[in-house]
Design a protein. Structure first.
Length: 169
């Protein structure tokens, strides 16, 4: 049985003044182009409408927009101090061994040297070992392929963050 009422978090988001709504979206994703696209489509009738708009906006981001979005993400195992979102999303590294943490630091630096940005992965629900294996696998990708993987991973992260926004009471 599905409810036809708008979830409280989505109703609140729809009702926000534009600058406040932009700030909420910018916290979810640091791309101004993405946030503006989502703002322009308000109000949203359903969470799925919001997610679909987010996915479409992500697909249209330029390389510069993607770089701006990635700049808002800290490296794996180094969440921003005082940022509960990054800490929660990177929970899989919390109990990692010192050896695994050292491997991730080394791999993160090598990845950043190769691609010019942090290694970005939807870390929610992943173990430290899974994240390490992913960076090892992806570091050999051609830049164009890696950019599209990053776009996909950002889309997943954005959906998770938007779902939290929508579900808030």
């Amino acid at each position: 049985m599905t409810s036809t009422s708008t979830p409280p978090g989505l109703a609140r988001f729809n009702a926000l003044e534009e600058h406040a709504a932009f700030a909420v979206l910018h916290e979810a994703c640091a791309s101004a182009a993405w946030a503006k696209r989502l703002l322009a489509a308000r109000p949203y009738a359903t969470p799925e409408d919001l997610y679909t708009t987010s996915d479409a906006a992500m697909a249209e981001l330029t390389a510069e927009d993607l770089a701006e979005a990635m700049a808002g993400h800290p490296p794996i195992d180094r969440p921003k101090p005082g940022d509960p979102t990054s800490a929660r999303e990177q929970r899989g590294m919390a109990g990692a061994s010192e050896e695994l943490k050292a491997q991730m630091l080394e791999l993160n630096l090598a990845y950043q040297e190769r691609f010019g940005h942090v290694f970005l992965i939807c870390a929610t629900g992943r173990t430290g070992e899974q994240m390490r294996d992913a960076v090892k696998e992806r570091i050999g990708n051609p830049p164009e392929r890696e950019r599209e993987i990053v776009r996909t991973e950002l889309g997943k992260i954005n959906r998770i963050r938007l779902a939290r926004l929508v579900e808030e009471d």
